[in-house]
Write a protein that binds this ligand. Structure first.
Ligand SMILES: [Zn+2]
Ligand SMILES: [Zn+2]
Length: 262
């Protein structure tokens, strides 16, 4: 049975994507996936290593018209799959004009991700101490969720992959999760960390449980695949470990649609 809904996938329209959209369509059945959202990177941070290659975001692989043309072609060709459009926009609170522009395109789902501190780039803390990096990272995240205008917050504890010790202050975490719940921003459970000798998704199960305690009742799951062999990666391990009360789903035209996955 094709049961999985992968809400975080990068194709070659992302600068670091290695597979075409069609590669994902071809492998979907084998991985038990019936819904795919192509969430291509949109980055404006000058510290972004990919941007240093292209200098100008408009010269990245992500040309919006070409993206929609290809997704529409594949929707006709692979009618049994649900193909959704999306972006993963980095640090929208730092780039409000660019964010407004990209939000105006008819994406099914806008995911926001924090990939950088103000002065540093992950991986590595650069010239920041770990405590300062944590402070800056979550300060940007809090501003991001307060700004809103998107459906999903990606990989809430992403930097844990790059630091030996990465602890989120309980008050800061509660503030971010509560703001998300108030603004109807969904928590993403991102399984890509399980590729990296980490035994927890992003965020960790303790954070997912706290989200539920505070009143969060819906999530999306994403593999963050950059190649088609990672589509719905680790979903079989992670889904049974999620809190019973949580509703998994996807976004179409920015509206949440619940699905059953078991
Ligand atoms: Zn990301
Ligand atoms: Zn991603």
């Amino acid at each position: 049975m094709n049961e999985f809904v992968d809400m975080h996938v990068h194709s070659k329209f992302s600068i670091d994507g290695m597979s075409t959209m069609e590669d994902y369509c071809l492998i979907a059945g084998k991985t038990g996936t019936r819904v795919i959202c192509f969430t291509e990177h949109v980055d404006f941070n000058s510290a972004e290593k990919n941007l240093s290659i292209v200098k100008d975001n408009r010269k990245q692989n992500f040309v919006v018209d070409d993206y929609f043309r290809e997704i529409n072609r594949l929707r006709k060709k692979y009618g049994s799959l649900t193909l959704l459009s999306g972006i993963e926009f980095s640090e929208p609170s730092l780039f409000p004009e660019e964010f407004a522009l990209y939000s105006s395109y008819p994406f099914d789902c806008i995911t926001a991700g924090i990939h950088h501190c103000y002065n540093s780039v992950f991986p590595g803390a650069g010239n920041l101490s770990v405590s300062k990096a944590i402070y800056e990272y979550y300060q940007i995240m809090q501003k991001t969720v307060e700004l809103g205008g998107f459906q999903v917050l990606a990989h809430l504890d992403f930097p844990k992959l790059f630091f030996d010790k990465w602890v989120i202050d309980d008050d800061v975490l509660d503030m971010i999760l509560s703001t998300m719940i108030d603004k109807n921003i969904l928590l993403e459970v991102n399984t890509s960390s399980l590729n990296d000798s980490c035994d927890e998704p992003m965020p960790s199960y303790s954070v997912i449980n706290r989200y539920v305690q505070l009143g969060g009742n819906k999530i999306v799951i994403g593999s963050d695949a950059h190649s088609s062999d990672r589509l719905s990666g680790h979903f079989r391990d992670v889904v049974p470990r999620l809190p019973n009360r949580i509703q998994i789903g996807y976004f179409r035209e920015r509206k949440f649609i619940p699905v059953l996955m078991d």
